[in-house]
Write a protein that binds this ligand. Structure first.
Ligand code: AMP
Length: 234
């Protein structure tokens, strides 16, 4: 895939319910534009695995499929966004997830608009992936990832060549996320409907929401997102 790593892309927000394909598309944007994927879910899971204070506070909440507090998540995001690799832009995957987080992000970006040392000074490009409910369930229940290289598979839709083993990372055994279990999926989808849908409504009202049909084949979704990013900078 051709790379476009010379110019500033700015913040990109990927919205959509669990299983919509945000992580997969974020990785593709990252490869093409050379800007990092900032996944709050991944950052939280890393903290849980490392047993940090944040991880200890988040662990039980995540296991129930509920949202971690805005304060904890925003602090974590702020620390990540000041890293030098975010200078040309970044892809927010799974953030903002509440109206309060969206307001916090706007305040942060507004402050940056007046900071000449930040080349990413811009409002985010907000892309929402819309996916049919039954398709979501299939994607979430089939999701497996490689703990070594992070590649994501789906045992129903994009299975690995050998059952449950990564194609790339020396046949590492694939794992299922703790919160992809059936009993946790429902509360996660409820959290999305109740707390995250207002975020999309907010971006819609401010004229920044671009919806993409996430039911299309993965490559077509990627092509649509690349076109949105190109048009935005044309
Ligand atoms: P994800 O990998 O995006 O599905 O996130 C997994 C879990 O991490 C969610 O179910 C929440 O418990 C937590 N989480 C991730 N991002 C956020 C966020 N922006 N705000 C609150 N909790 C979050």
């Amino acid at each position: 895939m051709a790379q476009e790593t010379s110019r500033a892309v700015g913040p990109v927000v990927l919205l959509g319910p669990p299983g919509a394909g945000k992580g997969t598309q974020a990785k593709r944007i990252m490869e093409r534009y050379g800007i990092p994927q900032v996944s709050t879910g991944d950052l939280l899971r890393e903290n849980v695995a490392l047993g940090t204070e944040l991880g200890q506070a988040a662990k039980a909440v995540m296991a129930r499929g509920e949202l971690v507090s805005d304060d904890l998540v925003c602090t974590m995001v702020r620390e990540r966004l000041i890293q030098p690799d975010c200078k040309r832009g970044y892809i927010l995957d799974g953030f903002p997830r509440t109206a309060a987080q969206a307001g916090w992000l706007d305040a942060l970006l507004e402050a940056e608009l007046f900071d000449n040392s930040r080349p990413t000074r811009a409002w985010p490009i907000v892309v929402r992936l819309d996916v049919d409910y039954n398709q979501l369930l299939l994607r979430i229940t089939g999701r497996r990832s490689c703990p070594t290289c992070g590649r994501i598979y789906n045992v129903h839709l994009q299975p690995p060549r050998v059952d449950e083993l990564c194609d790339e990372a020396h046949a590492t055994k694939l794992v299922t996320r703790n919160d992809d279990r059936l009993e946790v999926i429902q509360p996660r989808l409820v959290a999305y409907e109740e707390q995250t849908r207002p975020v999309a409504d907010y971006y819609q009202r401010t004229g920044r929401l671009i919806s993409v049909n996430g039911d299309l084949p993965m490559d077509e979704v990627t092509a649509l997102i690349f076109r949105i990013l190109e048009d935005h900078h044309a």
